[in-house]
Design a protein around this ligand. Structure first.
Ligand code: SF4
Length: 572
């Protein structure tokens, strides 16, 4: 049966355009895993950047592996062949280092499944000396790595580009050495975290702190790049394939971090400051990509803020390329960006109002009003875009029923504007998700809103907009928001929960495993956290101290209950 798996791998490789050809051989072999399918993993620029960086180091070979698609998974199970890498189809377990890039909580069970399929023990303490080290890096290491701590031999905390060389050097120095001695040595390097050197304590069924082994650092500082180092490591697609979210677009990272500090979002708070790539450097990367594709995607938390973004777009259009953006803000929408999107054939644009109330929007630190949002939508439709996607959240701290009614009003007004601008044949799609409190943000202590309340509010919006022509509403399941919320702020006990459910991760299985582990869901998810009590990620340094985050949280609460009018548009 495994010939079909090989064929799939060969088919994927044949469809790829490779800008950087990996070396073969070498003294350090790394299997780089993305804990989701090829489609999702290859859409992730971070994964591509790490892959390219590793393969540029002389003597290092890096190959990719992904979560098998459902049919492939059946074949792996039926034939018993261990999970293998895409490039050489060698078993993942044969490499020196197995590294995962993890960005989202819903990928945690996938990581466990991939270890299992690779024939590697799930828990680091069960791995033998001749098995590869398992490293976890990626965005979650800036927030809370603890739910994966028992799976990882090692975490690379922070921005990978600053960690890769020291890691490879340490592996070379430690070749042939005892595994424990190698890990103890790595634990002394800035940005590396060896979880087995820290013992968790619990009190009354709650996490109560981590005890560092003698010699292990008590506090850990994630590695960040300064502006100069960031500009030295421009991330751009090194492999183009049609099998991604962006088709064959080549992606370029324009900046890292975000200046806006929206209180629910980890991007603004987990990076120290925004770093921009200079326009000449970006243009070099664009020119290189234009040799292989005419579509370029610019990636950034706030593309519209790049000081010379308009010039870059214009040059790209003049060369006959088309451009898309990872995100746009309603209050930062230069005309030239809109022009570039429309000339690139964009029919749909996403502008997230987040909520339908000015007061609540200010409380989460989004600084535009309903009126500003509608003006932006009008410009978008006037320019020729037919469809608009609106993202919003339900269950935010300070939210009342009136805020949800205001969201309905904002969607109706947006639809009206769409029709006024001659786009009545287009669509408005409202996507509603539940607010999930995330580590390292001012809302990290907040409770998750009860499922009943969130479901009732989402249903209210769905009912109110149900008969509205040209409007579609999608609501995310509050069940998944609960699991995401538990994993985002979980402690080390969650690794055992993940290990129980990863084969069949139904909601019922999660709930049962949590109960068996003695985790009180009501306390972990639905109760506000006591700011005086240790947090599972409390040993990680963050650009914002707990004191500053608490002050900012109090500011949000004052705004939510303050005198600012709830909405600036008249009721429809
Ligand atoms: S603008 Fe977007 S990326 Fe930046 S902090 Fe706000 S939500 Fe996060």
């Amino acid at each position: 049966m495994s010939w079909h798996l090989i064929q799939n791998a060969e088919r994927r490789l044949a469809a790829e355009t490779v800008l950087l050809r990996p070396a073969s051989g070498g003294d350090v072999r790394v299997a780089l895993g993305y804990p989701n399918t090829y489609f999702v993993g290859m859409s992730n620029l971070g994964m591509q950047a790490v892959y390219a960086h590793l393969n540029r180091i002389p003597g290092v070979t890096c190959e990719r592996f992904f979560l098998p698609d459902p049919e492939e998974l059946q074949e792996y199970r039926a034939c018993g062949r261990p999970l293998f890498t895409l490039e050489s189809q060698r078993p993942v377990g044969d490499f020196d280092l197995v590294a995962f890039s993890v960005s989202y909580e819903n990928d945690y069970p996938h990581l466990a499944l991939m270890l299992d399929l690779a024939g590697l023990p799930l828990f680091s303490k069960e791995r033998s000396a001749n098995q590869p080290l398992v490293l976890v890096g990626g965005a979650i290491t800036l927030l809370n790595p603890e739910p994966l701590a028992d799976f990882a031999d090692l975490f690379a905390l922070g921005e990978a580009e600053g960690l890769i060389e020291p890691l490879i050097e340490a592996l070379r120095r430690g070749a042939g050495r005892d595994r424990r001695a190698l890990l103890e040595g790595l634990a002394q390097l800035p940005g590396f975290y060896v979880p087995s050197l820290y013992e968790p304590r619990y009190q009354d069924g709650r996490f109560a702190g981590l005890m560092a082994a003698p010699g292990a650092p008590a506090r850990l500082e994630p590695r960040h790049l300064d502006s100069e180092a960031f500009q030295d490591t421009l991330a751009s697609s090194q492999i183009l394939t049609p099998d991604t979210e962006f088709g064959r677009s080549g992606l370029i990272e324009v900046s890292r971090g975000c200046p806006y500090l929206c209180r629910f979002c980890t991007v603004g708070f987990s990076y120290p400051r925004v770093r921009w790539q200079p326009v000449d450097r970006l243009w070099q990367a664009v020119e290189r990509l234009l040799e292989f594709t005419d579509r370029v995607g610019l990636i950034s938390a706030s593309v519209g803020n790049h000081p010379r973004i308009e010039e870059l777009c214009q040059r790209l259009l003049d060369r006959g390329g088309s451009v898309s953006f990872s995100s746009l803000r309603a209050d930062r929408l230069p005309e030239s960006l809109l022009e570039a999107l429309v000339r690139g054939g964009a029919q749909t644009l996403t502008l997230a109002p987040e909520v339908g109330s000015d007061r609540l929007r200010r409380a989460i630190n989004k600084r535009f009003t309903d009126v500003g949002y509608l003006e932006a939508a009008r410009r978008v439709f006037r320019k020729g875009v037919r469809n608009l996607r609106m993202y919003s959240m339900v269950g935010l701290p300070g939210e009342e029923d009136e805020h949800v009614e205001a969201l309905v009003g904002l969607v109706r007004q947006t639809r009206r504007v769409q029709c006024e601008e001659g786009r009545s044949g287009g669509r408005i799609t409202l996507s509603m998700g539940q607010f999930v409190p995330k580590p390292a943000t001012p809302f990290q202590w907040e409770a998750l809103a009860p499922r009943k309340v969130v479901s009732a509010r989402m249903k209210k919006v769905e009912r109110a907009l149900g008969g509205q022509g040209g409007v579609q509403v999608h609501s995310e399941s509050p069940k998944w928001a609960l699991l995401q919320g538990l994993l985002a702020r979980g402690d080390r006990r969650f690794a055992r929960v993940i290990a129980s459910v990863y084969r069949e991760p139904s909601f019922r299985a999660w709930m049962q495993a949590l109960e068996e582990e003695g985790i009180d869901v009501a306390q972990e998810a639905f109760a506000p956290r006591d700011p005086a009590w240790p947090l599972p990620w409390g040993h990680l340094d963050s650009p914002w101290s707990a004191g500053l985050l608490l002050k900012d949280r109090a500011r949000a609460a004052r705004i939510a209950s303050g005198p600012c009018p709830s909405t600036s548009i008249p009721p429809s």
